[in-house]
Ligand binder design. Structure first.
Ligand code: ADP
Ligand code: MG
Length: 698
């Protein structure tokens, strides 16, 4: 993919499939392109003239170089047209035409063909099945939507074209402007990763917004977004969060939606601000495009209305922000300036009779406080206060102090002109105090993202060959499931396991147990028995004298459970201290979009009951592994709550990373569970393992 400058800021655009037929897409695009700063040429072999302009038979016949071709021909001609673009040296192509992957069958094949042609000529291809692209810098509306965006510093990509038309209609009303707008369509070539990357390098894009139903390549998206968010925030609404929503999305654009949990982890790791609703998407966008970032998470509230002030305070409590505590100096100044009935502590209540001078003084003193990083002005209408004056004071004070200042000038008609004044200065005004607080929260979250230094995953010294040999057992046995007989896989990757061996006679069991100090644990080993303890297949604390009988009993139980079970033997294992240790789980799953996901949580029998787990996309770096521990609710248990000896958390962190390396090295591992990984004060012990491998791929 080349640079996308020619896509968004071309000098000459060709519309292939141009026509003057009323109501056609071809005509709508030509009309939308009338205001374009550059040249527009019409291409259509069955016309000599379109809307009074000359029309060419094909792109190769256009005498001047074309930077962007917009294709609106019927699907069956689209491939030929794209090839013609390649031959004519046109590098940017927007395929509006539908009838590709979204229809399945023949359409899917056509999309493959389209992709191949685009690759052959190295085309920047948008679509197919999309609304088009816009750029306000050159007044280009290469879409068939009814409205052009207003100029601004937000660039917006959407997997739904209809959503773009709806958003623009609303945004124009709200005076929200855009720089680039792109309808992603089926994402045959260019996808969200390409746009996130390209807007990261664009000085005119201050905020990237996305409406996404799927992400093509999760890991690539994470890398691109991390680069971009160094100086440009990325806010995304990802739809299809529920199972029903995901199904609707996959039939909508032919995208295979990955699991919601994978998206949640992946977007977080990418440094993307995830908005839960369209309202939140644009609230965040407005704050990010108009306000500076708060240096800390400490927020102040200044109000003339007790109730709404408390609502703002509650919202702060629900967010990642905190209520700033003022310095002595601030309190002294407020005390001197405010009436006795006022509340000078945060939230500052200048009370109902506050006029503009009192408001201004309060705002000034509060923003002067070094403990205050941002503030919300919450006000109810009163007879002694003019909202127009208040808006001007807010704009003025914000500019003077350079700290984010958002407003809730509550009311209806009365707020109209004031909100306009605020908007022009980049200050969002809301009715609901919670929305103002959430917008400051987005600013603070973005500051934390921007300040994050992403570390590469640690490369441990491991024995890959030994691991491969263990995995090959599955191929030899022609069964893709492996259990405790694969314990050496963990040894090869430096994950500690208790002493032990798989034996196939009672005598051998006795011998193995004799080499181990104290009582042992014995487990049935069979790929047909996935949950060993469910059938009484795990015996804990077996004394030396009982080992012989225990062996026979385990085999009998397995036979009773499933007469034709493939029994590989019995594992005799050293006991691990469960009084001092906590049973945790580390596991791996594969997601079609994000690849291997590493899971960590409370293990043993609790895993299904409590579901206290967290996920990351692999490879997992050290700081990410450490975060995973704090993510789970049982973290205090590991950190030594209620007089427990703290577990060796560093060993858990290392195990997560080593497992992440194992599944990154071996894509053949489809699923893997270490449950339990016993985390004790002296380190970890992987006591049980279960995995599924793709034997075809070994
Ligand atoms: P499964 O999960 O198939 O039932 P496990 O090997 O995980 O089998 O054993 C079940 C439970 O038995 C573990 O969660 C743990 O509580 C206990 N256990 C297993 N192995 C040991 C061991 N070596 N030391 C102490 N307890 C063990
Ligand atoms: Mg287990």
């Amino acid at each position: 993919m080349g640079t996308l400058t020619g896509l968004f800021a071309p000098e000459r655009v060709a519309v292939v499939g141009a026509t003057d037929r009323e109501g056609s897409v071809g005509r709508a695009i030509l009309e939308n392109l009338r205001s374009f700063d550059g040249d527009v040429v019409a291409v259509n072999p069955s016309r000599d003239e379109v809307l009074g302009e000359p029309c060419y038979d094909d792109l190769q016949g256009v005498p001047d170089p074309v930077d962007l071709a917009v294709v609106v021909v019927p699907a069956k001609y689209a491939i030929d047209v794209v090839r013609d673009a390649g031959e004519a040296g046109v590098t940017n192509v927007v395929v509006i035409t539908a009838g590709f992957g979204e229809t399945g069958g023949e359409g899917a094949n056509r999309e493959q063909e389209l992709k191949a042609v685009a690759e052959e000529y190295d085309l920047n291809l948008v679509g197919p099945n999309c609304l088009g692209v816009m750029n306000t810098g050159v007044d280009m509306n290469a879409t068939f939507g009814p409205e052009m965006a207003l100029p601004g510093n937000i660039s917006f990509m959407s997997q739904s074209g209809a959503f773009i038309t709806a958003v623009l209609d609303w945004a124009n009303d709200q005076n929200i402007g855009f720089k680039d707008v792109v309808s992603l369509g089926n994402k045959a070539v260019l996808d969200e990763t390409d746009f996130v990357r390209s807007w990261g390098d664009d000085p005119d894009t201050d905020v990237v917004l996305g409406y996404l139903e799927s992400i093509q390549d999760g890991r690539e998206f994470i890398e691109a977004a991390r680069d971009t968010t160094d100086d440009t925030p990325v806010v995304v609404v990802k739809s299809g969060r529920t199972d029903a929503g995901a199904k609707a999305a996959s039939s909508h654009t032919g995208a295979i939606a990955g699991s919601e949990a994978a998206y949640e982890a992946g977007l977080e790791q990418a440094g993307v601000l995830r908005a839960e609703s369209v309202q939140e998407l644009f609230d965040s966008a407005r704050a990010l495009s108009g306000q500076p970032l708060p240096e800390t998470d400490e927020v102040a509230v200044i109000t003339n209305a007790g109730g709404p002030g408390v609502m703002a305070t509650d919202a702060i409590g629900d967010s990642s922000l905190s209520l700033a505590s003022f310095t002595e100096d601030t309190l002294d100044r407020l005390k001197a300036e405010m009436p006795d009935e006022a509340n000078i502590y945060n939230p500052v209540d200048a009370i109902g009779d506050a006029d503009i001078e009192r408001f201004e003084t309060a705002i000034d003193i509060v923003l002067d406080d070094p403990n205050v990083a941002a503030a919300v002005v919450v006000s109810a209408p009163t007879a002694v206060l003019d909202y127009g004056d208040l808006a001007e004071v807010v704009v003025d004070r914000q500019a003077d102090h350079g700290k984010p200042l958002l407003t809730c000038l509550m009311g209806g008609e009365r707020t109209g002109a004031a909100a306009e004044t605020l908007r022009e200065a980049g200050i969002p005004n809301y009715f609901d105090p919670a929305r103002a607080v959430d917008s400051i929260d987005a600013l603070a979250r973005y500051r934390r993202i921007r300040d994050t230094d992403y570390e590469a995953a640690t490369e441990f010294d491991v024995d890959r060959e030994a691991a491969r040999e263990v995995l090959e057992q599955a191929k030899v046995r022609d069964d893709n499931r492996l259990g405790v007989e694969a314990m050496e896989l963990l040894d090869a990757y430096g994950i500690p396991t208790p002493e032990g061996a798989v034996v196939d006679s009672p005598a051998e069991a006795v011998q193995t147990a004799a080499d181990i100090d104290g009582p042992v644990v014995m487990k049935i080993v069979s790929p047909d028995i996935l949950h060993k303890s469910d059938i009484g297949g795990v015996k804990v604390g077996v004394e030396t004298d009982d080992v012989y009988d225990a062996f026979e009993d385990l085999i009998t139980r397995a036979r009773n459970y499933q007469p034709d079970a493939n029994i590989l033997g019995v594992q005799v294992q050293e006991m691990v201290d469960l009084d001092e240790g906590t049973e945790t789980i580390v596991g791996v799953n594969r997601d079609p979009q994000f690849g291997p996901l590493v899971l960590f949580g409370l293990g043993g029998i609790f895993v299904e009951v409590l579901e206290d787990t967290t996920l990351r996309v692999a490879p997992v770096s050290e700081p990410e592994a450490r975060e995973m521990i704090d993510d789970i609710q049982a973290a205090p248990l590991l950190r030594g709550a209620r007089g427990r000896t703290p577990a060796d958390v560093d060993s858990v962190v290392e195990t997560i990373q080593r497992l992440s390396q194992l599944v990154t090295d071996f894509p053949q591992i489809l699923e893997l569970d270490i449950n339990p990984l016993v985390a004790g004060p002296d380190g970890v012990q992987a006591v049980d393992i279960r995995l599924t491998v793709d034997t075809e791929d070994l």
